[in-house]
Design a protein around this ligand. Structure first.
Ligand SMILES: [Zn+2]
Ligand SMILES: [Zn+2]
Length: 275
C-alpha cells in the first residue's frame, strides 16, 4: 500500500468532548474514508466550569477504555491511537497516551478565562480587560503561552496561530505587523523540530472561519528552515470532516517547501510523499 497523508487523521473530537458524533461513528467513517491511522484526541480536562461536558473528565479511565476497545475492533484493518488534545490550562498531565497535541485555547486573567476562538465578544473583552485595548498584545499573550506549550515538546503542536481565527481581513490586528510576526516566530522557535510535529490544521476552514489552514505560510516556511516535519490534521468535530481540506493543506505544505508529510502510527512516525 502506498501511503498518502489521507491515510492519517489523528486530530479528532467526538461526543466524549465537543464533537458531534460518537467515537464509534468517527472510527467507522475514518475507516470508510481510507484512513488507516486514526487517533482520538479529545480535549483534556480544564478547570473551566462552563466547559464541563465539552472536555473530558479529569479521570480518563473510560476514555482510554473506549479508545482501546476501538483499537481491538479495528485490529488488522486500521490502527487506532489514543491521543489527547492537551490544553495549556489543563489540570491533568498528558501522560499515558500514545501522543498528545499541545494547544492553547484560553488566556487567563481577572479570575476569568478568555477563549481565543469563542467569538468577537470574547476577543474584545480579552483585549479591553486584560490588554488595555491593544489587540496585538492579545496575540503576543497568546503566542507566549504557545511557546510554553511548545517547550514541553508535545507530539504535535496544535493550531499554532489559532488567534487569527476571528481575524479575517485583519479586523482585530495586522498579521503583517512586526510585533505580530515576532511573537508568532518566537512561539515556533520554542518548538523542538526533532521532537514535535507541526500540524497543518484544516478545522477553521471546515467550519467556515478561514480560507486557509493554520498556520500561515511564513510560519510553515520558517519551520521548514528549522528542519521541522509537518502532519496534516482536520481537527474533525464530525464524521464528515475527517480528511477535510487535505488537498489544500498538501498544496500549502508544498508551497512552503515540504516534500513529505508525517503520519503517526502505533510504531512511530512514518513520512510519506506529499505528491
Ligand atoms: Zn484546539
Ligand atoms: Zn482540536
Amino acid at each position: 500500500m502506498t501511503l498518502t497523508p489521507f491515510a492519517c487523521s489523528v486530530h479528532t473530537h467526538s461526543t466524549l468532548c465537543d464533537g458531534k458524533d460518537s467515537p464509534e461513528t468517527m472510527a467507522a467513517a475514518a475507516y470508510a474514508a481510507g484512513v488507516r491511522y486514526f487517533g482520538v484526541s479529545c480535549h483534556s480536562h480544564t478547570p473551566i466550569s462552563a466547559d464541563e461536558g465539552a472536555v473530558l473528565p479529569a479521570d480518563m479511565t473510560a476514555y482510554r477504555k473506549t479508545a482501546l476497545r476501538l483499537r481491538e475492533a479495528y485490529s488488522g484493518r486500521m490502527e487506532v491511537l489514543l491521543g489527547l488534545e492537551w490544553d495549556s490550562c489543563a489540570d491533568v498531565s498528558p501522560e499515558g497516551v500514545d501522543y498528545w497535541i499541545g494547544s492553547v485555547h484560553y488566556q487567563r486573567g481577572n479570575g476569568k478565562f478568555y477563549a481565543a476562538d469563542w467569538g468577537e465578544a470574547q476577543f474584545s473583552a480579552c483585549r479591553d480587560e486584560l490588554f488595555g485595548g491593544d489587540a496585538l498584545a492579545v496575540a503576543e499573550g497568546y503566542f507566549a503561552q504557545v511557546a510554553q506549550v511548545a517547550a514541553k515538546k508535545p507530539t504535535i503542536l496544535g493550531h499554532l496561530d489559532l488567534i487569527t481565527k476571528l481575524n479575517a481581513g485583519g479586523r482585530f490586528f495586522d498579521e503583517q505587523a512586526p510585533r505580530y510576526r515576532a511573537a508568532a516566530l518566537a512561539a515556533l522557535h520554542a518548538a523542538d523540530p526533532r521532537e514535535t510535529l507541526l500540524e497543518i490544521n484544516t478545522g477553521g476552514v471546515a467550519r467556515g472561519y478561514r480560507e486557509t489552514p493554520y498556520p500561515a505560510l511564513f510560519l510553515l516556511r520558517e519551520w521548514r528552515a528549522m528542519g521541522g516535519r509537518i502532519i496534516l490534521t482536520a481537527d474533525a468535530h464530525s464524521a464528515d470532516t475527517l480528511t477535510f481540506g487535505y488537498a489544500q493543506a498538501s498544496a500549502l505544505a508544498v508551497q512552503a517547501g515540504f516534500c513529505t508529510s508525517t503520519l503517526l502510527t502505533l510504531s512511530g512516525c512514518v513520512d510519506c510523499p506529499l505528491r
